[in-house]
Write a protein that binds this ligand. Sequence first.
Ligand SMILES: [Zn+2]
Length: 240
Amino acid sequence: MSDPLPLFFALTGACFGSLTAAMAWRLPRGVTVWGRSACPSCGHVLGPLDLIPLLSWLLLRGRCRHCHTPVSAAYPLIEGGTALFWTLCALLLPDPVLALTVSLLGTCLLFLALVDARWRYLPDAGVLLVALLALVPGRMDVIDSLSGGLTFGFLALGVRWLVGRHLGREALGLGDVKLMAAAGLWLGPFGLPPFLILSGLTGIGQVLLLRAAGRQTSDGVPFGPALSLSLLACVLLPIP
Ligand SMILES: [Zn+2]
């Protein structure tokens, strides 16, 4: 019998993608995260058939069943992308516990990037989950992990303080500082140079892309998406 793990990861990933999209919509709007999902246009509570990741959107052709208002294609994209990421983790990472931990990390980082890109803040709950996942036993020596967290966190705090004091503006938000400390827990102190280089390059790429799309960047851009992408790359790629 072929290995059922990738299929299990694909289905679980699609459900987590759906949850991520819902949380990224609800949390910043102050909508309870426990209530049942409803159509934002007509308020109809969605039934089980409306909530199947990917399939519901495809079968209903991207519209609400009741009021026929278009439902953003971001939902199936997030669900499909998360399912694909979880499947790749199951196929490429040698240990199922590591595959699950990295899958959950990627999902948390996607959530943080989505919220920061739209609302310009990083929810503490998401950052805390990233930090807790770093401490899953057997992944990295706990002393290395903690010293990484302290190094990254204090460096970020120092940059924030220095730029604030001498240039009078905010280089890093407090959410960015916390996410960098969580990244340090994942990467250890020696993971700092590649992470900083990647974050800087990704941040510059993000600014160039936004400018090319005609978007205003003079009042700064959210750094969470660049930090999230860089952390995931450093965890997955064999960077020395
Ligand atoms: Zn509706």
